[in-house]
Design a protein around this ligand. Structure first.
Ligand SMILES: [Zn+2]
Length: 129
């Protein structure tokens, strides 16, 4: 599963941070995910929650910022949003790589992102001895 491996490597990176900073607790992780990356946000949320269960990351919230796709046509110099193919059965618009202006194949300039944008953490109060 695509989403599971993304969540797993994300949790791995965050766990590393937690190990190096034992006095900090991660409360929120914000990701930037491109429209063309074909990542199901709900699936990713679900995987993240199940992987972080009973770990120091449990209870941290995952926020996803969607990055809209942009394409560029090498044939007619169209730049902008891609053309969508409305798939009635899927219920969601599907991005196509057909130029909205001339019908030839476009290249993407933005929309394949999958990166950590920011991490919010709080300081754990040391227990007085
Ligand atoms: Zn074109």
């Amino acid at each position: 599963m695509h989403e599971f491996s993304i969540a797993a490597s994300l949790v791995e990176k965050l766990s590393e941070f937690v190990r190096e900073n034992p006095d900090k607790r991660i409360c929120e992780v914000r990701l930037e995910i491109g429209e063309l990356s074909h990542i199901e946000h709900d699936q990713l949320h679900f995987c993240y929650e199940s992987i972080t269960k009973e770990t120091p990351l449990e209870g941290s919230s995952l926020k996803i910022d969607k990055v809209e796709a942009f394409v560029e046509c090498p044939h007619c110099s169209y730049r902008g949003r891609p053309k969508y193919w409305d798939d009635i059965l899927a219920g969601a618009p599907v991005v196509t790589f057909q130029c909205p202006s001339c019908g030839k194949t476009v290249g993407e300039t933005q929309g394949k992102e999958c990166a950590i944008k920011s991490v919010k953490f709080s300081q754990i109060q040391p227990v007085p001895s």
